[in-house]
Design a protein around this ligand. Structure first.
Ligand code: ADP
Length: 454
């Protein structure tokens, strides 16, 4: 059963109960008030008879005492002493009157009509008590009751019906936005379209909050879904590019093996080719593994360390790498006093990637590593006078598998800078590049200085 129907049923039911109770109360109060008025009239007449008897020692004219409809009867328990001419018979004598108490009763069986009867013990003749009984027809009371009953009944029914209609409409309007939320949720479920929103222009009440929360939730879901889709897309591209990159050295190695099998001689050139391709393959697998671990959210242990010795050590290792250009370092002594929070192995690896690239892409001239303070941080720069990077390539060099066309022949997989940038970000630093085609490039690693206790 819908909430709207339940609300309408509940409120209509409550309204009906309240109105019926109210009508019942009103009717009874009115009946009681009328009866009270009749009773005091009857008592008046009875007292007139008693006072007259006490004053004149005889009964008054029974027909002159009340309205035409008023019966007056003076009697003992068994016989009539005097009565008004309209009295048709004897009313029964109530027990309370026999015991000497004046009393009211309502009689319904006299000529099929309803009478209100007042019985008052008046005096005693010998041992026989004499009573005065005054009765009046309650027809007028019944007519008045009928007059009230009908409008009350009709009024109650009409009000209950109106209340049901009003509650039906009001609850319909109140529930409309909730229905819209439900419909939108159904549509989203069916179409998987997370760009749908629930339109709402009403006040900021509970329903308004529900709609806002629902729309916020959709925003978040849409964002999450977008990021998930982008991440799946990246992963798929990563796997496709990786397979593609791995195939080239494998093809070369296989070609050389075929050649050696056919030639049946150990051609040193083919062996050298295989050795260098195997090395390239293992470097690539190593880089791919690093990226995959980075994507899987690998934690990097960071601890306070002095930057000077670390950069010096990396430069010493670089010196041993194959290079054809001059290699210079400009490392101020003050660098030995600067600490960063980092991972020594990763910082060295990052610097070696930058220096290796500088060596690879600098046919002549020099490669310089310099370091110094900059603002709250420290920068390490690797500057070369090599081939430089074109404006078109520059924004992409940190992307995975990106290689400028000129560089393809030099054998990298295009993962080195992507790995270096991930490591820089993990160190809360940044890696940037400035370059001019034909003049050279400068890669700058910025890291925040560690000021705590080393
Ligand atoms: P790769 O293994 O190809 O060197 P990287 O991610 O290290 O991959 O570099 C991406 C591309 O950026 C390189 O292919 C090259 O085109 C360009 N690049 C990187 N360093 C330099 C540099 N010092 N001078 C000129 N080009 C560079």
């Amino acid at each position: 059963m819908s909430i709207r129907l339940r609300l309408t049923g509940l409120y209509t039911g409550l309204m009906a109960v309240a109105l019926v109770l109210f009508s019942f109360l009103l009717y009874n109060v009115q009946q009681w008030t009328f009866t009270q008025a009749v009773d005091s009239g009857l008592q008046n007449v009875a007292e007139k008879v008693a006072i007259h008897f006490r004053s004149y020692n005889r009964l008054p004219d029974m027909n002159s005492l009340g309205d035409k409809s008023t019966f007056v009867l003076v009697r003992t328990a068994n016989s009539v002493i005097d009565k008004s001419s309209n009295v048709l018979g004897m009313f029964p004598l109530p027990d309370a009157a026999r015991n000497g108490t004046e009393t009211y009763t309502t009689e319904r069986d006299l000529s099929g009509e309803t009478y209100r009867l007042y019985t008052m013990p008046m005096y005693t003749v010998g041992f026989a008590p004499v009573y005065v009984q005054v009765a009046d027809n309650l027809n007028t009371l019944d007519i008045a009751a009928d007059r009230v009953r009908l409008p009350l009944g009709i009024g109650t029914t009409v009000f209950v019906a109106l209340a049901a209609i009003a509650v039906w409409f009001v609850s319909g309007r109140a529930i409309e936005p909730i229905e819209k939320v439900a419909t939108a949720a159904e549509m989203i479920g069916e179409s998987a379209d997370l760009s749908l929103r629930v339109p709402y222009q009403g006040p900021e009440d509970e329903v308004g909050r529900l709609v806002a929360t629902f729309n916020d939730m959709l925003d978040q879901l849409q964002g999450m879904y977008g990021r998930l889709a982008a991440s799946i897309d990246t992963q798929q591209r990563f796997v496709a590019d990786a397979s593609h990159e791995l195939r080239t050295p494998l093809t070369i190695i296989r070609g050389n093996i075929d050649y050696l099998q056919r030639a049946k001689v150990l051609d040193p050139e083919a062996l050298a080719d295989m050795a260098s391709e195997s090395e390239r393959l293992s470097r690539m697998v190593d880089e791919l593994l690093t990226m995959a671990r980075a994507d899987a959210g690998q934690e990097m242990q960071l601890q306070p360390l002095m930057l000077g010795p670390l950069v010096g050590e990396a430069c010493r290792k670089a010196q041993a790498m194959p290079h054809t250009v001059a290699f210079q370092t400009e490392l101020p002594e003050a660098l030995d006093l600067i600490a960063v929070k980092g991972n020594g192995e990763w910082l060295t690896r990052m610097l070696l990637i930058l220096i290796d690239n500088a060596f690879k892409y600098t046919p002549s001239g020099s490669v310089t590593v310099r370091a110094g303070r900059q603002g709250d941080g420290v920068v390490v720069q690797v500057q070369d006078t090599g081939m430089g990077i074109s404006r078109e390539d520059l924004p992409h060099v940190f992307e995975r598998f990106y290689r400028a066309d000129r560089a393809r022949a030099r054998g990298g997989a295009g993962l080195g800078l992507a790995i270096a940038q991930w490591a820089a970000t993990t160190h809360h630093g940044r890696l940037t590049v400035e370059s001019e085609l034909g003049k050279g490039s400068t890669f700058t690693l910025w890291l925040p200085i560690f000021r705590g206790e080393a």
